[in-house]
Design a protein around this ligand. Sequence first.
Ligand SMILES: *Cc1c(COP(=O)(O)O)cnc(C)c1O
Length: 478
Amino acid sequence: MRDTPSILELDQATMQRLGHRVAGVVAEHLAGIRGKRAFTTISRETADRLLAAPPPAKGSDFETILTTLRERVFANAALEPHPGFIAYVPSCPAYPAVLGDWLTSGYNFFGGAWTVGAAPSEVELVVLEWLRTWLGMPAGAGGLLTNGGSGANLTAMVAARHRAIADDAARVAKLTVYLSDQSHSSAIRAAWMAGIPRANVRSIPCDADFRLDLALLARAIAADRAFGLIPFMVVANAGTTNTGAVDPLGAIADLCAREQLWMHVDAAYGGFAVLTREGREKLAGIERADSVTMDPHKWLYVPFECGCLLARDPARLKDAFQILPDYLKDTETSGGEVNFADYGEQLSREARGIKVWLNVQFYGTDALREAIAYSLALAPLAERCVRDAPGLEVMAPATLGILCFRAHPAGLDDPAALDALNQRVLRAVNASGRYFISSTRVRGAFSLRICPIGHRTRERDMRELVALCADIVPTLSL
Ligand SMILES: *Cc1c(COP(=O)(O)O)cnc(C)c1O
């Protein structure tokens, strides 16, 4: 063996040059993003034609590779950080958080064990403590940052299962979990993955405001107990993906206390509204949950991937997940040091706290609160515009950053015709390139849906979007 530099090593000047180049590309992209199309997609066939190729035996020049990426990859995807991307739940990171992501991967800290990644783990603890105080959960609550809301929901589900039956496998078939019919699919999948029988995942109907119906919930629990099943968990929503609805969290907390059920709150996107006074009031009771899911990659302006699970008693997570094989014995901690690998499924994991921490350090909570409050006011503004626009109607009033509406021209009342018309409105709006909106069903009716929580989306976007919809309708129904 010759003691020469690694074949993969680059010298400092080269790293510097390539890094500047990449930062320049991203800065140019973000500075001019409003002028680009919010939504672009291509077929698998086209994508194959552009990109399918065996790995090259010899490397290429960086500039050539970058050009390929920009022309063939970056140009052929929707732009989440675009001000017009208001479909689904957008992820619109602030640039300092992006830099935090780059720094984290540049150093490539190990976020799974304290001995290896001590201070980066401390940063994650600090961030979790911030989130805990924002939610108003009791001191001692904690958890971990995850790949996203799906990972957080799964982690909570496994911990709740473990608390209910430990490793009494014979009783798994009787475990029963309660969600609302508006719950996110990831909560249902979490139950499936946790081994809860699919037939025991109860979808409880909602009231007229899309909130979980408490009386129906109580009745379902009683019926299941009478049948010999083991109710163990309620998944409540603080911001449903469909309409932004917040379940009656305080009353659900009372019921869970009475019934000794684990109360989980899925606040993946909506939880950050607690930074504002309005959101704080709307989410009252969330602090009583056994666990809460939040997604910093949604409304805390951090890039993918960053979710969070906070548990009232983090020891419950450790009970469910900790395992100490021989090859990890030397990572065991004795003081307050935390091995995040003991709290969830991942061993090797990104030190995700750094990008959140950097973002909060850079802006401060006042600016973040102001940004969240601004976007919280956008859906209500859009709702007022819809109410003023001829031929449009509100399907679900603005709630926690989400509005559902549709075209409904005078004289057109056939449900199937209205659905078909609105599907065409959706396609036309998205084809404009200026906005990317999504759809859902509200009480069975096809509805347009917006979630304007990205920090680039402004008031004029709401006015222009509603005007665009109103203008499109006559051209379609002719
Ligand atoms: C986005 C979302 C999820 C899923 O989170 P991911 O980060 O996409 O995995 C779960 N629940 C709610 C309410 C959400 O908005």
